[in-house]
Every structure is written in C-alpha cells, then in structure tokens.
Write a protein that binds this ligand. Structure first.
Ligand SMILES: Cc1cc2nc3c(=O)[nH]c(=O)nc-3n(C[C@H](O)[C@H](O)[C@H](O)COP(=O)(O)OP(=O)(O)OC[C@H]3O[C@@H](n4cnc5c(N)ncnc54)[C@H](O)[C@@H]3O)c2cc1C
Length: 531
C-alpha cells in the first residue's frame, strides 16, 4: 500500500484535530493528522484553561451550557491528569444587579448544572482571595484544564493506536476530482518538501483558519475571528475559578492552573489575515488588571508574568460586532449535503471543554461516509496518563512521590510517569526549577512526544513557563536538545528564538518587577552567554 494513502486525513493539530484523530484511530481507521506548526499553537494553546461547567453560557446559550456540563463530567473521568477539580464561584459585587443571580441559577438548573447559592461569608472562607465586598455568590462545578497536556495525550494515544502525525506541514491545496476531494497537497515548512496525501475523507479542524482552508477546497465557511487577551500572574492567587455573576463581559474570569493564575478575557473582532500575529495592547492590559482586581484585590499587587492573546473560532454572525453573543455551539458541516462536495467535512465552533464531543460528531460523519459501523468509545476510554485513575488516586500518587520533581512530573504526566526511563543519577537533575522539570522528563518529551524545538518542549513540559520565563532553564534545555538531536549548531538559533517568544509575552507588561526581571534576563543572555 502507498504510505501516502489513509482512510482519513485530519487538518489542524489543535485539541479538536487531536481528539478527532484519536477517535478515528479508536474506530480502526488509518488516520493522518497534518499541522502546519506544533500541537496547540492555535486557540487550543491560547485560552484560559477553564473546564467550563457551562454556567457562563446558561442564560444566553443554553445548548452550549448543556454540552459543557456533560463534557465536563466526561473529561473528569477520562482526562483526570489534565484537570484540577477546583470548583468555581460566580460572585456579585455591589455594582452588580443581584437579581441576575436568580435568573442565572434558574438557567443553570435547566441546563443540568449544579449551581448553589451560598452565603458570601462562606464564599470568603472557601476562597480567601475573593473580593471581600461581594454581596452574592454561587458555587458551580467549574474546573481548570491544561490544554497542552490534553492535546498531547490525545495525540499520543492516537499514535499508539497507529495514527500518524505530520507537524510543521502546511496544507497548501486539495486534490480534487470533479465534485470529490481525493487528498491534499502539503509543504513541510522547515524543509520546503512538497508531498501529496490521499484519503476518501478529509476533515477540516483548522479552527479560525477553517475559513481559508475551506476556501482552498472551493467551499465557504464564514468565521468570526474574535480576539481575546489574557494575563498570567506569577503565582496562584486563587484556588477556585472566580467568575463575575453578570452577562459575560471583559475580564470576568480568573482561573488557577498549575503554578499560576490567568485573568481574561476581552472580545474584539479582527481581520482573518491578522489571526496568526495577535498581540496584547496597553489598553487591554489596563482593562484586565483593573477589572481583575475587582474579582480578587490581590491581583493589583501580584507580579504579572506575561500577556498573550488567542482567536476564538466562532462561526460568523454579522449581527453581533463583539462576538460575545455568538453561540459557542458546535458546527459540524458535511460539505457533500451542504455544498455538493464529496469527501470533505468541517468541524469548528465549540470550546476546549467540548472538544471530545466535536471529535465524536466529526468521526461519526467520517464513519458514515466510509461505511464503518463502530461506536464511539472516547467517553469511557481514559487517555494515557489517566488509565484506571480518578483524580483522587492521582493526587495520592503525587503525594507519595519521593521528591518534589517527581511530584510535579506525576502531576503533569499522570500514570505514564512510571513508564518514563530514568537512566542515571544525572537524569534526576532539574532543568527548570520554577516548574520542577527533571532531565528525564525533558528527554522523554524529545523521544516520545514529537519535540523538535525549545518552544515545542515548553508545550509538552512547561519548561520556561514559570516565574523566570526561561532565564535559567532555557540554556540547559537547549544543551539537552542539541545532544538529543546531535546538532549543537542549532542550539544558539533555537535558544534565541525561544527567548524571543518569551519576550513577546513580557513586553506588553514591561514595568516594575517584570521589567527588572526582563532586563536581568537580557544581561544573562547577552553578557554571560554572549547572545
Ligand atoms: C482567548 C480565548 C479564551 C478561551 N478560553 C476557553 C476556556 O477557558 N475554556 C474553553 O473550553 N474554551 C476556551 N476557548 C475556546 C477554545 O480555546 C477553542 O474553542 C479551541 O481551542 C479550538 O480548538 P481547535 O482545534 O478547533 O482550533 P485551534 O486550536 O485553533 O487549531 C487549529 C489548528 O489548525 C492549524 N492550521 C491552520 N491552517 C492550517 C493549514 N493550512 N495546514 C495545516 N494546519 C493548519 C493551526 O496551526 C492550528 O494549530 C478560548 C478561546 C480563546 C481564543
């Protein structure tokens, strides 16, 4: 058989593409995923990391709310190592209309979300960082989710089941015969090598870029690119997700995750051609800090680590200029019935929280086209790292781990941690102190997780994501990468690129402590390392 032939080709290595690849592989299909950059480089790696309970959408978008709570419960079972069951609060402040709380709780009840009004005093006890002036609080089953881990686990599982992945490979066109798609033209963005791949069905899971990819195939999918800006704070101020109990607005969600917390977001329509180079403006930083401090006053005195922005893949509604009111619902398009184009499917819209359901819908459609009659099992089959483990069991494993690095790695890798080889005592040394990442975890990422640069490594292990932002760990990781790839020549270029990426997020918040730290980093790299 021609190695370029598959049953299904999935375009886009965000969480939806990764989930679809896994589902296809689990149903026995020979699947290929094509991603032009690395995993989770689109919206999937540029979000809050909130595992929605659905409460945020209950009033305005009940269908999405119901999807979110159903998936929230499923992901807690199948992806325990990616999720922290923090719980969430929706708080009302003196300037808010407290009567909205009842509308909100009633809408949650209808969507099947367990929302409970609690005494503000109890809310302060449960989450000491919350604004002490709050006049109302509702407890909901929100949680935090690590999107990088989720994406990587889906890809790893699919690969273990025989699926193939081509990273840094861009789809440049479609192989079309009359009214049927037969495959795709691709180009490796590093080597420039062009390759064609063939399959009877191609799935467009390119998020907001799904519009231009659909255009290449000759059909129209109208996207509404909605930019959202976020800030990461240097430590966890809160342990529960804190939301504002009002109509969704700017900077009204604060999510704790790993060692940090994230405030967001804004919502601004941007041109499609700008989606790959979004940056955060000074006005957005000011707004996020000012509004964020209303949820948790401590934010105004907490060091900001970096700013970043992502683009939501909302499906177009020209009547809503902000995008806040567009449904977060899932859009699964069969272009054969919609446009008369056979062998092409688009899956878009939705949320990180509903990625599995989106993947199931797309795979159901693929299977019906291929005449494959196999039911979806992703709702009950745990991802690698969560096999046979509830969150409580994982928490116990973390607690019992012999060192802090082992604890941190167990939290990141889940049950897979025991399979990772630790070859020597040097393997136990730390590469990244902020995130406690040992050498053996970094080497595992090189060997098993498709890492080809320091920036990829960050997405798999959190190296460089912590308080020093790569100041001390990046050069150590560069040394290990050069050794793994047997290519010392690339070490310097890769290091500069990595620090350049870190700088992009430091620049918009460059004042006070953050500016001092950035200056110090520059001195280390310039005067100690000569870069
Ligand atoms: C600011 C913000 C905050 C959010 N917060 C949350 C949250 O807290 N909780 C939640 O549940 N959801 C949240 N979301 C929504 C969620 O992030 C997205 O719905 C989800 O990640 C979309 O995943 P995706 O796989 O469809 O798209 P993406 O992750 O964007 O993936 C698309 C991929 O396609 C690739 N691609 C594009 N063109 C090509 C090509 N020609 N060839 C090959 N590959 C290509 C891109 O490189 C990209 O990796 C947020 C979104 C944003 C922007």
């Amino acid at each position: 058989m021609d190695p370029r032939e598959f049953d299904v080709i999935i375009l886009g290595g965000g969480v939806v593409g990764a989930g679809t690849m896994r589902d296809c592989a689990m149903r026995g299909l020979r699947a290929l995923l094509i991603e032009r950059a690395d995993i989770a480089t689109g919206a999937s790696g540029r979000n809050h990391g909130l595992l929605h309970s659905g409460a945020r959408y209950a009033v305005n978008d009940p269908e999405s709310a119901a999807e979110c709570i159903a998936e929230n419960q499923i992901l807690r079972r199948i992806a325990a190592h990616c999720i922290e069951p923090t719980g969430g609060l929706f708080i009302s402040l003196p300037e808010d209309d407290l009567s909205y709380q009842h509308t909100f709780v009633e809408a949650c009840r209808k969507a099947g979300i367990g929302a409970e009004i609690i005494d503000p005093k109890l809310a302060r006890e449960m989450e000491p960082s919350v604004n002490p002036d709050l006049i109302g609080a509702v407890r909901v089953p929100d949680a935090s989710v690590d999107p990088f881990r989720l994406c990587a686990s889906n890809m790893l599982d699919a690969k273990l089941r025989g699926a193939q992945v081509r990273l840094r490979t861009e789809v440049t066109g479609f192989i079309r015969e009359g009214d049927t798609i037969r495959g795709v033209h691709t180009r490796n963005v590093q080597t420039g090598r062009e390759t064609d791949y063939y399959a009877p069905v191609v799935v467009n899971a390119c998020g907001v870029w799904g519009q231009e990819v659909a255009q290449m195939a000759g059909v129209q999918v109208g996207m509404f690119p909605s930019k959202g800006a976020l800030l990461i704070f240097a430590h966890r101020v809160n342990n529960m997700v804190i939301n504002r109990c009002r109509k969704p607005s700017n900077a009204d969600i604060l999510v704790p995750g790993d060692t940090v917390c994230i405030i967001g977001t804004t919502s601004t329509r941007i041109p499609l051609e700008n989606c790959h180079k979004v940056s955060v403006t000074p006005d957005e930083v000011t707004l996020l800090v000012t509004e964020g401090a209303k949820l948790t006053p401590a934010l105004s005195e907490t060091r900001i680590l970096r700013a970043f922005a992502g683009v939501r893949p909302l499906v177009s509604d020209d009547n809503d200029p902000t995008g806040r009111n567009i449904s977060r619902g899932i859009v699964c398009l069969d272009h054969e019935t919609r446009d008369g184009l056979k062998g092409f499917v688009t899956i878009t819209g939705g949320k990180l929280t509903t990625y599995r359901l989106m993947a199931e819908m797309a795979t159901d459609l693929v299977c019906s086209k291929l005449g494959v009659n196999k039911a979806c099992e992703t709702a009950t089959t745990p991802l690698p790292g969560s096999e046979g483990r509830s969150y409580e069991e994982l928490a116990r494993q973390i607690w019992e781990a012999p060192s802090t690095a082992q604890k941190a790695a167990t939290a990141r890798l889940g049950s897979v941690v025991s399979e990772v080889p630790k070859r020597s005592r040097q393997d136990e040394a730390l590469v990244c102190e902020c995130e406690e990442v040992p050498v053996w975890e970094v080497n595992n990422a090189f060997e098993r997780m498709g890492v080809s640069s320091l920036t990829d490594l960050r997405r798999r292990t959190r190296v460089g994501m912590g308080t020093c932002q790569g100041e001390f760990c990046a050069c150590r990781a560069a040394g290990l990468l050069a050794k793994a790839q047997d290519c010392a020549a690339r070490e310097r270029a890769d290091l500069l690129k990595f620090m350049g990426e870190r700088w992009k997020g430091n620049f918009p918040i460059g004042w006070g402590e953050s500016l001092r730290e950035a200056e110090y980093t520059q001195w280390v790299y310039k005067h100690v390392l000569g870069l």
